[in-house]
Design a protein around this ligand. Structure first.
Ligand code: ATP
Ligand code: MG
Length: 361
């Protein structure tokens, strides 16, 4: 893992001090990777650690199943304690093979809300039993907003767990995270300390890539600078492009500008479908602003930009706001840019606006 030492230390310190936190960063910026590292460190300090992936959950039952899967990854005495608890509570939730899904099938009248509330009490029960504190990570927490009432249920149980449990909430959409944490009518956890994940420092990326190349008798050479400038510290894109470069650099040799261009071409070809999917997930006006950001040097809020990409001048700001709410754009050295350098590159390499079908905004 490149860098993130300071971030990992900070989050571990918060955990050990029983301070819950929320980690906000764009897609693929390494939130889950960082949290796994914090979980491993907390586990080594005797904490029961649970990573609950809430991506795309649609129902309370599904949230129960995600929690159950997370607890299934526990090991050792803590796992046995949780198994004992679940057996005593007799909720149909189990760390064995047939879990909550099977029990729902057998007892369709099960009340998933009641089960969820109980499962959320596991950390307190563990703490009462032998003083084991828990670190519970809710990854992709914004997706609970798709389940009516779920955030309120979670809040009602976890708010008062004190030293028994520290909660970490991770999400990539700052707009949704604000709805969950800053809206006074539904604060998920009032004292969850906000932390924002920034791009990686370029010198750390360079050190890492050079070391990895050297370990297999390669040298990134003159390809290093254009790679760094292109990827702008985006963690996943930096790693991916370094890998493409490595593949094109034979052992014993040094890469150069043309190796870099060949690597970038291959990466673009391989991610074309993904870029299309990302593009199609944007609204029409978001696409227009994205296109302007990628291809035009005209001031963004200008008639020139409006004419260039076919947007009303007055609509530019709201499209920027909605891109910002999803962290699809970032401020890079005082300039608004697309967060994903591959998307920026893909847009630049397109001639006209791709076929936008019959979308309406
Ligand atoms: N600090 C880092 N050093 C090296 N690789 C990293 C780093 N951070 C992230 N990556 C790589 O980038 C990819 C995305 O990381 P990860 O899944 O942790 O991001 P995320 O923010 O959780 O993304 P998502 O929003 O899609 O859940 C992974 O393949 C990971 O290996
Ligand atoms: Mg993630």
């Amino acid at each position: 893992m490149i860098d993130r030492d300071a971030e990992a230390d900070d989050l571990l310190r918060l955990t050990m001090g029983s301070h819950s936190f929320r980690l906000i960063g764009p897609r693929r910026y390494g939130k889950t990777t960082l949290l796994r590292r914090v979980l491993a460190a907390a586990e080594a300090n005797g904490t029961a650690t649970v990573l609950v992936d809430l991506q795309d959950v649609l129902s309370i039952s599904e949230i129960v199943v995600r929690l159950e899967s997370a607890y299934k990854r526990l090991k050792g005495p803590v796992r046995r304690h949780v198994e004992d608890l679940l057996r005593t509570w007799n909720l149909g939730v189990s760390l064995g093979a047939a879990g909550f899904t099977a029990s729902l099938r057998e007892n369709p009248n099960t009340n998933p809300e009641a089960v969820l509330l109980r499962v959320l009490e596991i950390p307190e029960a563990l703490f009462e039993r032998n003083g084991t504190p828990s670190l519970i990570v809710f990854d992709e927490i914004q997706d609970v907003l798709n389940v009516p009432g779920a955030d309120g249920k979670i809040r009602s149980v976890i708010q008062h767990q004190g030293r028994a449990a520290t909660y970490a909430f991770a999400g990539s959409a700052p707009g949704m995270m604000n709805r969950l944490f800053s809206d006074p009518s539904r604060p998920l956890l009032e004292q969850a300390v906000p932390r924002h994940l920034e791009p990686l420092p370029l010198n750390e990326v360079a050190d890492y890539v050079i070391t990895r190349f050297q370990a297999s008798r390669r040298d990134p050479g003159r390809a290093m600078d254009p790679l760094l400038a292109f990827a702008r510290g985006h963690p996943q894109r930096s790693m991916m492009l370094a890998h493409y470069l490595w593949e094109r650099t034979p052992a014993g040799e040094t890469a150069d500008e043309s190796t870099w261009l060949a690597a970038l071409d291959q990466a673009s070809a391989d991610t074309g479908l993904l870029m299309q999917a990302i593009w199609r997930a944007l609204t029409l006006n978001e696409r227009r602003v994205a296109r302007a950001l990628a291809t035009s040097s005209a001031p963004l809020y200008s008639d020139e930009t409006a004419a260039l990409v076919g947007i009303k001048r007055t609509s530019i700001r709201s499209a920027v706001d909605s891109l910002r709410a999803k962290a699809d754009v970032v401020d890079a050295q005082g300039r608004l840019r697309l967060t994903d350098p591959m998307l920026e590159h893909w847009l630049r390499s397109q001639g006209a606006l791709p076929d936008d079908g019959d979308d309406t905004d």
